[in-house]
Design a protein around this ligand. Structure first.
Ligand SMILES: [Zn+2]
Length: 472
């Protein structure tokens, strides 16, 4: 298992660099003014050896600062943020007279001009669940093992797919990059297609990830157990192996994708990662943040037994501490390009459930999850069940009306089409593709062919998976 290495430059580090840069420039200005004043009585420049040395060291400092500025601008351009790179270069006083900086500006402008506008109808959207760390524990030949086989992806498969899609020119774009809001002549807010420009040959993929709660039902099946923030500020996993030993590192997609994009910054548009769809009934991110985790419920038969068992095993538990720890992880993820969506609190089928059930459920989400991860306008439907057929929503549908009145305007289902994006009047719908064992199996056997635009399934399929037909 790879340990998490801190390489390359993340957004967080970039901000630190820019902060330090501003401080250095301010200091330089003070030094130059002081030198200019003190040099006046001593005659012409360069006559005094001490003065020459000072000038030389000032020049060296300036050159170093300029090199750093170019490095930061190059990083932005690598993530296709040409406007950001240009703006950064222009923060340098006298950039227009500087040959190095002028050359950089011309380079970014030329690359920007050669980019093509992304056709939103060709944006593919893939999703995963938490990754299997130990296939031997996950793919036991039982009903649970069958579920793990069907719906889950192993770390090895995820890493191979991520690399192969990168090699094929896919660039990860955030779901929020697909649209923007404009105000029309009557002052009404309107959602419109955004403009994304990428170099020719690049393709766009949106990533989402479902159920990042580390449910009690995942215990002992070889998944990570939680996320946490390490001493460098990076998000890592805790993983408990078959012998009960705890390991810390990259054991699920959050640190794995963070690491991949640090090493391949051109894999992501403006540093976007993925959108994580959260339920709340077992808490989030591996923390038991839901209000139902209360010692008052220890003998309450209406509360799931696995919650009560967990509480009994954790007498030190406090809801405040769990929520604070989860918020630390969520804040670190958001600073690093991740966003969050509702997956309904109770993993509900929105088509089947009544409006009043959906309202009560959403109120739980807003009460128990939104304060930790922030509000969201995105709902990623559990079980993929949608509020209507593809295309325009029936705006008389009271569930559609309810979710829209609650601030949701991006709706995602599961349909496994190569790409399906629909812009309605002030809302966006996207179909998603599950990259999991069941999809791999049907593509391996030739019963389906709906992955070959992304990768060759034979190249990524984890050989430690048992034969699917062996499951009871
Ligand atoms: Zn789900």
């Amino acid at each position: 298992m790879t340990d998490f290495n801190n390489t390359g430059m993340s957004k967080k580090h970039l901000h630190q660099f820019i902060g330090i840069g501003v401080a250095v420039v301010a200091l330089l200005i003070v030094v130059i003014i002081v030198m200019a004043i003190s040099s006046k009585p001593t005659g012409g420049p360069g006559k005094n050896p001490t003065e020459s040395e000072s000038e030389a060291s000032t020049e060296a400092l300036l050159a170093e600062k300029k090199t750093q500025l170019i490095k930061e601008a190059d990083y932005l351009a690598t993530t296709y943020d040409y406007d950001g790179a240009i703006a950064l270069i222009k923060t340098w006083e006298g950039y227009a007279e500087d040959t190095d900086l002028s050359a950089k500006l011309a380079e970014y402008e030329t690359t920007k001009a050669s980019c093509k506008r992304v056709d939103m109808s060709t944006v593919t959207h893939i999703f995963y669940h938490s990754l299997v760390v130990d296939p031997e524990r996950a793919f036991v030949l039982t009903n649970s093992g069958r579920g793990n086989y069907e719906w889950m992806t192993t770390i090895d498969e995820f890493n191979k797919i991520t690399l192969e899609m990168y090699n094929r020119g896919f660039v990860i774009v955030g779901i929020h990059d697909l649209y923007r809001y404009e105000t029309d002549e009557n002052g009404n807010k309107k959602m419109v297609e955004n403009d994304i420009y990428l170099p020719e040959g690049k393709k766009v993929v949106v990533l989402s990830f479902d159920d990042l709660s580390y449910y009690h039902s995942y215990d002992n099946f070889g998944y990570a157990s939680k996320l946490l923030v390490d001493e460098n500020g990076d998000v890592i996993n805790e993983y408990i192996d078959a012998e009960g030993n705890k390991h810390y590192g990259a054991y699920d997609y959050v640190p794995l994708l963070d690491q991949f994009i640090e090493e391949h910054p051109d894999a992501s548009y403006h540093g976007a990662k993925g959108t994580v769809a959260l339920t709340g009934y077992n808490g989030i991110l591996g923390y038991r943040t839901d209000e139902t985790y209360s010692f008052d419920n220890l003998d309450n038969p209406a509360i799931d037994k696995n919650k009560r068992d967990w509480l009994k095993a954790h007498p030190e538990f406090t809801l405040e501490a769990e929520r604070a720890a989860a918020k630390e992880v969520a804040d670190a993820m958001k600073a690093n390009g991740w966003t969050f969506a509702s997956h309904t609190w109770g993993h509900l089928r929105v088509g089947d459930k009544s409006l009043s059930t959906l309202k009560t459920d959403n109120e739980k989400w807003q009460k128990n999850i939104a304060p930790i991860v922030g509000e969201t306008n995105v709902i990623i439907f559990a079980h993929g069940q949608d509020l209507g057929n593809w295309g325009k929503y029936d705006l008389n549908n009271e569930k559609v009306q309810y979710f829209m009145s609650e601030g949701f305007d991006v709706f995602c289902n599961v349909d496994s089409n190569e790409y399906r994006t629909y812009f309605g009047e002030n809302y966006l719908r996207q179909g998603r593709r599950n990259l999991d064992g069941i999809r791999f199996w049907y593509n391996l056997t030739g019963e389906q062919d709906n992955l070959s635009d992304l990768f060759d399934v034979k190249e990524i399929y984890d050989s430690t998976r048992p034969d699917y037909t062996e499951f009871p």
